[in-house]
Design a protein around this ligand. Structure first.
Ligand code: PXL
Length: 295
């Protein structure tokens, strides 16, 4: 096994049932070889997408004391990765935590989790959605779905189909907010296809990765995709490679969830695909470790 030291701080909620956020980010990043610390933003009995009656404990007051403790211990993270936030007040605190832990080569990934299908999630207020825009300006890479991307850009939601030019225009708009890379999920150009798109403002290169659409709505797959994407980047993949691998990992998982899950609300069935992801990451590490292969 090629060893590479990789670490990350994941800032998301814990939903006890209905795999998403930290219950997805932790196993996926560990499988990618990334030592992952967690800052839980809220603890819920289930996620908020499709369940009613969930419990919700907001952890806003714990965020800074936890991060201060880590500061006193001299903790460092190669990546800072935020997702679902519990309250409007958390956004400023996460910005502060980014400032505390960011170093020259830290990768800051913001998944601006806010909504899907043209609507905001139950616990998201317009104030939170606006704050998310501020947080995105601090990121190196943002990974919204189409609902979130339109909201961030202040444009009216378009459910698609999209043209390639429209997708690239959205990606460029996201990078104009501040991040140097943007990745979109929920991209489709014609019926029967669904996938992702990425853009690197430094190289000006954009790429779409479209797969066969599998009918249904799959909770937690955005978190699955973003976590695998970050795993790839930390393992040394370029943006396009990381995006391609994360797209395929997500597609494989959706296929299994479609076939084996009676109720998609309980989350993506990704575990049986972790060995595949682990092999892809190992291949990345070998490529990066071999100077002859350096791109
Ligand atoms: O997967 C996004 C997500 C994360 N966390 C919570 C959610 C959702 C989406 O519904 O409700 C608590």
């Amino acid at each position: 096994m090629e060893y590479k030291e990789m670490s990350c701080l994941a800032i998301h909620d814990i939903s006890g049932v209905g795999k998403c956020s930290l219950t997805v980010a932790l196993p996926v990043l560990s499988c990618c070889g990334v030592e992952t610390s967690v800052l839980p933003t809220a603890v819920l009995s289930t996620h908020t997408g499709g369940f009613s009656g969930f419990t919700y404990r907001d952890l806003t007051e714990d965020l800074l004391p936890m991060a201060e403790h880590w500061k006193s211990l001299g903790c460092r993270f190669q990546a800072l990765y935020s997702g679902f936030l519990g309250s409007a007040g958390q956004i400023g605190l996460v910005e502060q935590i980014f400032d505390w832990f960011r170093q020259e080569d830290t990768l800051v990934l913001v998944d601006p989790v806010m909504g899907d299908g043209g609507k905001l999630y139950q616990t998201y207020t317009p104030e939170m959605a606006d704050g998310m825009g501020r947080l995105c300006r601090k990121a190196d890479i943002v990974v919204p779905n189409m609902t979130e991307a339109y909201h961030l850009l202040g444009r009216d939601y378009d459910p698609g189909p999209y043209t390639r030019e429209q997708v690239v225009d959205i990606l460029k708009g996201l990078c104009a907010l501040g991040p140097r890379m943007a990745v979109l999920t929920g991209v489709w150009l014609q019926a029967g296809s669904l996938g992702t798109a990425c853009y690197d403002a430094r190289t000006g290169e954009a790429e779409l990765f479209l797969t066969d659409r599998i009918e249904g709505f799959y909770h937690g797959t955005g978190d699955l995709f973003a976590s695998a994407l970050l795993g790839g980047l930390l393992n040394g993949a370029c943006l396009k490679e990381a995006c391609e691998t994360a797209t395929e990992f997500t597609w494989r998982t959706i296929e299994t969830t479609f076939e084996k899950s009676a109720d998609h609300r309980f989350g993506p069935k990704f575990e049986c695909h972790l060995p595949w992801l682990g092999e892809k990451m190992e291949a990345c590490r070998k490529t990066v470790a071999n100077p002859e292969n350096l791109r």
